[in-house]
Design a protein around this ligand. Structure first.
Ligand code: PAF
Length: 283
């Protein structure tokens, strides 16, 4: 595996890899866990070579968010990626990604609004901007993202369609099902912030989500199901429920009940300072 942190050598390396067949990109912010490795394996199954990017993107962190505290463990991450057969680890410095004078950003309206966008103003502009830059830097044939960040996936697919991206095109942005712990908790870099009691509370989230999703699948109206879900999470010990929403899967429009279109149940809830998100397919 080559670890590269300058743009010219990256372009050189990816041009060489692309000669063997399709090139996949897995964008990450590091602090890798099994969830990321599942994305890398999915990428390897679909491409001749895989590039993984590790970049803790300041543009997607708001004031008061955990940018400085965000876990950084490049040596450990690099060892994991090496053993997964990754071709290139792209790990640019902040000054490489955003050189002096950098002044552009991508804003994707509609799907960026509400849900996590409401609590984190500007977050999805930061995500869309860095992902577009990563796409232009690596020029992958396909890119792989986790479905745990469902709204992020919807934003990136919208951007790819709206801006007529070709590397990758919108249809080559692959979502991979959420990796879960044995008790169902979605794997996340933020789970490490939970103490033993909080971890027990966190495990109630996927169970409550599954119960609500089953009711929605059975045709129950969304409003009482979502109210019951919020109540169940508060009773379980979550300190706040930022949102519990039932939306169309692609455009993220609120739904009163399940219809013909694929739908998603999405939740963000806090235990102390830790904010957990999760979502499930409903239709
Ligand atoms: O999901 C993440 O880790 C980040 O939001 C991403 C897509 C790598 C952009 O910084």
């Amino acid at each position: 595996m080559q670890t590269i942190n300058r743009l010219d050598p990256l372009r050189h390396a990816t041009a060489a890899l692309r000669r063997d067949g399709p090139l996949a990109l897995v964008p990450t912010m590091g602090a890798l866990h099994e969830g990321h490795l599942a994305l890398v394996r999915a990428a390897r199954a679909r491409a001749a070579h895989v590039v993984v990017s590790i970049f803790v993107n300041p543009m997607q962190f708001g004031a008061g968010e955990d940018l400085a505290a965000y876990p950084r463990q490049l040596a450990a991450d690099s060892a994991m990626l090496e053993s997964e057969g990754v071709g290139v680890l792209w790990a640019p410095a902040v000054e490489t990604m955003y050189p002096e004078g950098f002044a552009s950003h991508v804003a994707v309206s509609g799907v960026s609004e509400g849900l996590c966008g409401a609590a984190r103003p500007g977050h999805f502009d930061g995500v869309a901007t860095v992902v577009l830059k990563l796409f232009n830097q690596v020029e992958p044939d396909l890119a792989v993202f986790g479905e745990k960040d469902w709204q992020q996936l919807a934003v990136i697919r919208r951007m790819a369609r709206d801006l007529d991206l070709t590397r990758p095109h919108a249809g080559a942005i692959i979502g991979i099902a959420t990796e879960r712990e044995a008790d169902g908790l979605a794997r996340s870099s933020r789970n490490r912030y939970l103490d033993a009691d909080e971890r027990r509370i966190a495990a109630r989230l996927p169970r409550a989500l599954a119960t609500a999703a089953a009711r929605l699948r059975a045709g129950d109206a969304a409003a009482p199901v979502l109210a019951a879900l919020r109540e169940e999470l508060r009773a379980a010990g979550f300190s706040a429920v930022d949102y519990a929403e039932f939306r169309t899967a692609g455009t993220l429009v609120p739904l009163a009940r399940l219809g013909a279109e694929p739908a998603r149940l999405l939740v963000a809830a806090r235990i102390g300072a830790t904010r957990l998100i999760d979502n499930l397919a409903v239709g």
